[in-house]
Design a protein around this ligand. Sequence first.
Ligand SMILES: Cc1cc2nc3c(=O)[nH]c(=O)nc-3n(C[C@H](O)[C@H](O)[C@H](O)COP(=O)(O)OP(=O)(O)OC[C@H]3O[C@@H](n4cnc5c(N)ncnc54)[C@H](O)[C@@H]3O)c2cc1C
Length: 427
Amino acid sequence: MGTKSPMDVLVIGAGPSGLSIAAALGQENLEVGLLSLHDPSEPWPYTYGIWGEEVDELGVENLLNHRWSNTVSFLGKGSTDKNSLHNQPIQHNRDYGLFDKKKLQEYWLNQCKEASIHFYRGKAENFEINSKNSTVTTTDGDRIVSKLIVDASGYDPVFLNIPNNGDIAVQTCYGIVGEFSEPPVDKGQFVLMDYRCNHLNKNEKLDPPTFLYAMDMGNGKFFLEETSLGLAPPVEIETLKTRLKSRLKHRNIEILKVEHEEHGIFLPMNIPIPDLNQSILGFGGAAGMVHPASGYLVGGLLRRAPSLAKAIAKAIKDKSKTPSEIAKIGWETLWPKELRRKQALYQFGLEKLMRFQEGQLRYFFKSFFGLSNNQWYKFLTNTLTLKELVNAMWTMFQRAPINVKWGLMEMKGRELKLLWKFLKPSV
Ligand SMILES: Cc1cc2nc3c(=O)[nH]c(=O)nc-3n(C[C@H](O)[C@H](O)[C@H](O)COP(=O)(O)OP(=O)(O)OC[C@H]3O[C@@H](n4cnc5c(N)ncnc54)[C@H](O)[C@@H]3O)c2cc1C
């Protein structure tokens, strides 16, 4: 490949974050390169879920391959009596969807192609920055010169400097798509969280709590996933697998056919916001954009890429700006003070949940889904203003039962530090 002539922006990584920001920068008529380890059209490994209203507002509802209106959670402890209150679902009264991963990838790839983005293959290894340009060197010795580098290389970014704030909370999941002797969820139903736990013995209940995320995929197939919230250390995959099996056994449901197994999935939830004074910019999983409460990212990418690209384009068009100055403008747009304060609050909340035992968690989520429908939806999609977020959390605290209130008030570990960040987010 040799040395490439200077371009405006080089994006590293071809996951959802890399493609989304490259596409948005291309739409701003910038000259953009995208460096990735693999073919950018290689299928993505994960399944991406999103609330219906988000895709509708973003005008990308055609990118879903499944959409459910019957969306529920089970927050009782479960009972052998089907009619018991402990078995009754709460209705979410909101649509939820799954992206068609291929369509989502093509959506961004087509925008990249239309904007004549240059695709490079290679592994970014080093970078250097001077007052005019940034240069990335790959392990093969190729050099790519651009005004700005955007690191979108995922949770363990190749170049970005991420502060060490202690343990990273990791969500783990074990899932299967398959056929079962009886429908494990109602026809046409999506279950966000099934926290029923009467299939577990007393000791297991005290272990890190896990829940079932499940959905009817149509044609007699169902997707069931035993999942933990973000925890440190993470719940072992074998534990999740055993729990899913005992959950089914308890309900006399046999697995008839496994079509696909999602095994060994790890999702870091509370990656700190990167150092905002660095001269390269980040985007996506690399830049702390995963929602600490839900682990979701795609809605945020779709919402935030266009405004970030606009700010970068404006800065780059000013020829007097150095790469560091352009990166600074990028960071200010991506992580303004209000968003940083909200992030600290979300991370504080996650820290609390990491300590809650099964009973507390079920009551916590009952209080959470007792907020107005709009409030909890906007909480989960990070679309509340700071004031609204504080208000939602306060309302929830007031309505929570005493065991949850006590857990929320008792300060442990780094919780005070996170509250301090909420009050005084560092630059
Ligand atoms: C199990 C799981 C379930 C999830 N479910 C959802 C969901 O339902 N909804 C949702 O919105 N989000 C979900 N997420 C979160 C998020 O959407 C994904 O993790 C997403 O894949 C992160 O995208 P990314 O582009 O930031 O990182 P990645 O997908 O990890 O992409 C990083 C890219 O950078 C490349 N790269 C890395 N190093 C280099 C290098 N040195 N040089 C060149 N290229 C490099 C990699 O090859 C890759 O292409 C989920 C995540 C996980 C793990």
